[in-house]
Write a protein that binds this ligand. Structure first.
Ligand SMILES: [Zn+2]
Length: 321
């Protein structure tokens, strides 16, 4: 059973919102655009692999998409996909790269080439080994000892060419295209089964992992040095993207393309919660949307689907916060 469906990544939503509103003077504007492209590509690759996983494994095994947990106060660990079976725990590290990727097993580096230039990346095997270590500790911590853990580095795009410098034997069982992953996983599962190893409670383990899971989020904009001063205010036009729609007779109107909208402020609220802080006060809302009437601001917030946090006089998305 698939017990955790992949959520839309918050980090991607943050970057997207920033790109809609970043000041034209912001120095790393192009880097932010690139980051959005890369994260979007990564997410699409994961969705592609999810199809194989759900098709082959969800009916009989326990599947968790995008598992993330707190290792300690400062560190979280994230795993793209985990599949627990009656004999082992498998996890996938999904990569979506175009062109050629070369695994250098001598220097533990990954080089991607698009034909004209080469870019170095973190070595996925080292990355997966670290995840395996953390996952093992996490399982032991939750009372599950001696669970065999296997991982695969999976390339979601069937046209990615995989090459090796050094010893291919070191990685051939670990690196593959998505298409061949189900067979490889089944072969290992079958092999352990034939060795007569004890079965493991895969549903229980899956549920335990789910209980401890948190949503993956970090200050991705902080990494680019984005502060709230770099974020442009105003309600953006759903038709042409221009910021600064005006509220006239109960509607938002775009001065550039004349588009009218009843609830364009809802997108502005969403951007604010992603980019500035996870709550908004009446005053902040007025400043951000350029509304001058306190009465209208309150009315719009009341019908926005947010909850009013009386204690702090502010609006929040989730009651539990
Ligand atoms: Zn417009």
């Amino acid at each position: 059973m698939n017990i955790r469906k992949r959520p839309k990544p918050i980090t991607l939503a943050k970057i997207k919102a920033a790109n809609r509103r970043i000041s034209p003077h912001f120095k790393r504007r192009n880097d932010l655009k690139k980051e959005e492209e890369n994260r979007k590509k990564g997410y699409l690759g994961e969705l592609q692999v999810d199809r194989y996983v759900n098709n082959y494994f969800a009916p009989t095994y326990t599947v968790l998409e995008d598992l993330c947990w707190k290792v300690n106060e400062f560190t979280t660990c994230q795993i793209d996909t985990t599949i627990t079976t009656p004999h082992a725990l498998f996890f996938l590290e999904v990569k979506n790269y175009t062109g050629t990727v070369t695994f250098d097993t001598n220097f533990n580096q990954l080089i991607r080439s698009d034909g004209s230039k080469e870019i170095g990346y973190r070595y996925p095997i080292t990355q997966a080994e670290n995840q395996k270590f953390n996952l093992h500790n996490h399982l032991v911590h939750n009372g599950y000892h001696n669970i065999p853990i296997y991982y695969f580095v999976v390339f979601s795009d069937p046209s990615t060419i995989i090459k090796v410098i050094g010893d291919p034997e070191k990685i051939t069982d670990l690196v593959m295209h998505a298409e061949s992953m189900p067979q490889k996983l089944m072969a290992i599962e079958e092999k352990i089964k034939l060795q007569g190893n004890n079965r493991i409670p895969h549903q229980q383990i899956g549920q335990a992992l789910l209980r401890k899971s948190v949503e993956f989020d970090f200050d991705v904009l902080g990494e680019y040095g984005v502060s709230s001063h770099d974020i442009l205010t105003g309600v953006s036009c759903p038709a042409c993207g221009t910021l600064g729609m005006e509220r006239i007779y109960g509607r938002w109107e775009c001065k550039r393309c004349n588009h009218q909208s009843k609830n364009a402020h809802l997108y502005a609220i969403e951007d604010y919660l992603l980019l500035v802080r996870p709550w908004i006060t009446n005053k902040e809302f007025m400043k951000f949307t350029h509304i001058t009437s306190r009465y209208i601001a309150t009315r719009l917030l009341q019908s926005s689907g947010l909850y009013y946090d009386k204690k702090h006089n502010r609006w929040i998305k989730d009651k539990r916060r």
